[in-house]
Design a protein around this ligand. Structure first.
Ligand code: NAD
Length: 433
């Protein structure tokens, strides 16, 4: 049985790694992998979060502070380090784990810059351990189907991708009252969020990004955002901002409970852990220190000649994406509604993929609905990670290592740098690719 140390008792860590490995029968929806592995240590900046979790769940995971990484290894000797804290610290714990020759599983984004990616890849070369990036988005049934269609040659040589991603007013706004709103902590939305999308395209195309040009702006959030109740005179108390804020009013006010969201599980006891260390002061979505953009249009060119037109909007009426992939033999079109319960019109929880051969008739392909977070991807990925990869996962080359992690981050970094520097960014200028 493998032993795991968790770096960061985040929401994500609780649902994706800690509860499944603890085999918590009170929350069976997270799966029971307790016969395959166990958590032997949790490292975090906030002792109270670990203690509260232990108290609520009847567990006794030992706590280690960030400066106690060496002590944690010496006392608990984990086989695998799982990195699940906020993004900027991923590089440090991945590298520390590799220096001890441990395997590392890290949440996306692997790191927040090409420079950090380089450091991780250099450390991996010197280590007996290896890095796996938990790109759960690859595991969604429709995403696997698209990969299979491309591998089967249904599109021929890929020529270009049209990818428009929208975060709705609930989920998009949430990034601006959490750590994700600081570029220093998350790399900004093109890394912390869009790395999923850039990884998918790199994987589908089996290609690597070469150069990026982008425009972007902050339109909705931060000081002077479209609904900032006090744009001229600076910050109001958060309660006053919320009273005047349509994002808050829409989803939180007057007993309206926002429907369940995979990313914000505060409604479950296992997830409502204290946040005082992370957020010592009250923050809100129009704060002066918000600098990241919430709107982007980008163009990416890949080494084999394909290109992508990509957009990200963090304050949209519905959440999900419109995607098309064009090739020399035809085109795929698909729309995904990631949050049907919040969508302002009725949608199916089953995604269809439309295949249009260049000279033939249209075919509409159904995909399965799988229960669980991120379109069922989370659950299937746990089997691959904690037990063994399925035949399908091997055929689709779904396992993502550090190179995949680095290229997904590099596109995100190139997008925001292109916006900031008003020029095209070459991926090779960000790390040795
Ligand atoms: N794959 C997915 O679909 C998915 C979904 C959500 C989040 N994530 C990723 O999971 C990670 C956690 O995100 P979240 O929103 O659940 O986080 P969170 O805000 O719930 O938790 C962050 C944790 O990091 C801890 N922390 C702060 N400083 C630390 C330090 N120096 N060392 C160790 N721990 C420290 C905090 O105390 C807290 O426990 C992020 O990398 C995020 O991008 C992935």
């Amino acid at each position: 049985m493998k032993t795991y140390a968790i770096c960061g008792i985040s929401n994500r860590a609780v649902g994706q790694f800690i509860l499944p490995l603890a085999g918590n029968s009170k929350l069976p929806e997270y799966g029971d992998f307790s016969q395959y592995g166990k958590v032997v240590a949790i490292l975090d900046a906030d002792r109270e979060r670990v203690e509260t979790f232990n108290r609520n769940q009847g567990t006794s995971f030992p706590f280690f502070a960030p400066h106690e990484f060496d002590k944690m290894i010496a006392e608990t000797n984990p086989d695998v380090i799982i990195v699940t804290c906020h993004d900027v610290m991923h590089a440090e714990y991945i590298i520390r784990g590799l220096q001890y020759d441990r395997d590392v599983i890290t949440e996306k984004p692997m790191v927040i810059s090409g420079r950090q990616a380089q450091a991780v890849m250099d450390a991996e070369k010197k280590s007996k351990g290896s890095v796996r990036v938990a790109f759960n988005y690859r595991y969604m049934p429709a995403h696997k189907r698209i990969k299979r269609m491309i591998l089967d040659g249904m599109l021929g040589k890929i020529t270009n991708v049209e990818f428009n991603y929208m975060l709705d007013t609930y989920h998009g706004a949430s990034y601006f009252w959490r750590w994700n709103r600081d570029r220093e902590q998350s790399g900004g939305l093109t890394i912390t969020k869009a790395c999923h999308h850039f990884d998918l395209v790199n994987w589908w195309l089996n290609d690597l990004p070469e150069s990026v040009f982008a425009f972007g702006a902050r339109n909705y959030f931060g000081p002077g955002g479209a609904y900032d109740p006090n744009p001229k005179n600076g910050k109001l108390p958060a309660a006053e901002q919320k009273a005047a804020c349509p994002y808050w009013q829409r989803w939180n006010e007057r007993g309206l409970q926002a429907p369940q969201d995979d990313h914000l599980k505060a409604h479950q006891a296992a997830f409502s852990l204290p946040t005082k260390v992370q957020y010592p002061n009250e923050i809100y979505i129009y704060d002066q220190d918000i600098k990241i953009e919430d709107t982007y249009s980008a163009v990416v060119r890949y080494r084999n000649g394909a290109s992508m037109a990509y957009s990200l909007n963090a304050s949209a009426p519905w959440e999900g994406y419109n995607l098309a992939i064009n090739g020399t033999k035809g085109r795929i079109e698909t729309t995904h509604y990631t949050a049907p319960s919040r969508c302002p019109f009725p949608v199916s929880d089953r995604q269809t993929i439309t295949w249009l051969p260049l000279f033939g008739e249209r075919q509409i392909l159904d995909t399965r609905h799988v229960e669980g977070g991120h379109g069922g991807g989370d659950q299937v990925m746990k089997w691959d990670m904690f037990v063994s990869p399925s035949k399908e996962s091997e055929e689709l080359e779904i396992y993502a290592g550090s190179e995949a992690g680095a290229h997904a981050v590099a596109v995100g970094e190139a997008v925001w740098r292109s916006v900031a520097e008003k020029r095209q960014i070459e991926i090779k200028s960000l790390f040795n690719t």
